[in-house]
Design a protein around this ligand. Structure first.
Ligand SMILES: Nc1ncnc2c1ncn2[C@@H]1O[C@H](COP(=O)(O)OP(=O)(O)OP(=O)(O)O)[C@@H](O)[C@H]1O
Ligand SMILES: [Mg+2]
Length: 395
């Protein structure tokens, strides 16, 4: 392992990715063979919190003790509407104690920072195992639209994970670096469209040489891959209810499995136009359990998603309006985030911005992490020479 290592971390609502720079090469860490670490935490009956891939597996066995999407409420005041909608969807109690939030699971209470800290601890431990030495420094991302208290809460969470935060990086700028948008010297207007798990974030940036200036942001705080999964799950639940009168939501464990399987199917539908969907003992009809076993077609799913993708276009027009730009003014559009892999998203963006102005990186799902790892080159004793990274990159 190189000496004086800084971990670059993209801390996401549903997924976290991280890595280090070896020479000028980005090495991402893996969790269960995948460079994407689920931002999921499990509170077991006994023992410390579990995070990442092992915690995600608990969604199928003990979903009531699984905490997801903690980033949504990290550093957010308890009175915020975001907290209300988070609490309504959570399978555990979300309580306010003074200015702070706590999650109540079993007999214990956890602050959002502790949950985020458990995810970052998992990231640090995986990185230390992978690279064979202790790591205590990190550069971490934050959304440009983050709540005022978010950065401080993130730094506290990192401290719980024994990581010192050297810099908090705006997600769209890390994404812009990863797709190579810094290669151009001229002044350009960039639109970074980050379609993640929980949110859709649109950032209008002006790039002048190596400096990025965010001029406007817009987005939809309730539009991400999770909503695509839920839309499929609700459509299936509706079909079952109409045919048999059985409400699949009734059983929390089974409902959690339906949603989980819908996410798996959605990912497969990115590469295939039809996929098998199977689940044992999904619903009761005529007094006995029935399995689900059918073919899910991309066309059928996309019809269900149409209203969601209309909101993608609304967020983009909103960002353009706030920046004072017309569609034709935009020189380059970058599509990043795990949900940018969805073909219907790519079509929606291509329809809005015809021509060669749209870039999709090879790994859109980890683009922000790659940019963040590149930015770690700005730190460390030898201040390694990744050409663009010497000067301040954003204003
Ligand atoms: N191949 C794929 N096809 C479709 N969707 C995918 C694919 N791979 C990942 N996703 C989806 O991408 C989402 C996660 O994306 P990402 O990691 O960018 O989110 P995040 O950074 O955690 O969220 P946010 O940016 O909102 O904080 C999940 O909903 C996941 O299902
Ligand atoms: Mg993200």
């Amino acid at each position: 392992m190189p000496s004086d290592v800084t971990l670059g971390i993209d801390f996401g609502t549903s997924c976290t990715s991280a890595g280090i720079l070896i020479g000028d090469r980005v090495e991402l860490i893996h969790d269960g063979g995948d460079p994407v670490i689920p931002s999921v935490v499990y509170a077991p009956e006994r023992g410390p919190l579990e995070a990442g891939r092992p915690a995600q597996a608990r969604l199928l066995s003990d979903p009531a003790c699984v905490i997801r999407s903690v980033k949504r409420v990290l550093g957010v005041a308890p009175a915020s509407p975001l907290v209300r909608s988070y609490a309504a969807a959570a399978p555990f109690r979300v309580e306010a104690s003074g200015d702070h939030l706590t999650f109540r699971l079993r007999a214990a209470r956890y602050a959002p920072e502790q949950i985020a800290g458990a995810i970052l601890t998992r990231v640090r431990e995986l990185a230390e195992t992978r690279f064979g030495g202790p790591i205590c420094k990190a550069v971490i991302t934050a959304s440009v639209a983050a709540a005022p208290g978010y950065r401080d809460a993130l730094v506290r969470a990192a401290r719980i994970a024994h990581l010192d935060v050297l810099e908090v990086v705006p997600e769209p700028i890390a994404g812009a670096l990863a797709v190579g948008l810094h290669g151009e010297q001229a002044e350009r207007k960039l639109l970074v469209c980050d379609f993640g798990g929980g949110t859709f974030d649109v950032s209008a940036l002006v790039q002048s040489g190596l400096r990025f200036t965010p001029v406007a942001t817009a987005g939809d705080e309730h539009l991400g891959g999770d909503d695509l999964d839920l839309e499929i799950a609700e459509a299936l639940a509706g079909l079952i209810a109409r045919r048999t009168g059985y409400d699949v939501h009734r059983d929390a464990v089974r409902w959690s499995e339906v949603v989980f399987r819908c996410e798996m199917a959605k990912r497969q539908l990115t590469a295939q136009t039809a996929v098998p969907f199977a689940m044992r003992e999904a619903y009761v009809a005529a007094g006995r359990w029935h399995h689900l076993d059918f073919t899910l077609e991309r066309g059928w799913v996309e019809e269900r998603w149409t209203p969601l993708f209309e909101r993608v276009a609304i967020a983009i027009y909103d960002a353009l309006r706030r920046a004072g730009w017309r569609r034709d003014d935009v020189d380059q559009v970058a599509m990043i985030g795990g949900s940018a892999l969805v073909p219907m998203f790519q079509r929606t963006i291509a329809d809005l911005f015809p021509g060669p102005r749209v870039v999709l990186p090879a790994r859109a799902d980890v683009a922000v992490a790659i940019g963040t790892v590149l930015l770690t080159a700005r730190f460390g004793a030898e201040r390694r020479a990744v050409p663009v990274l010497g000067a301040p990159l954003w204003t």
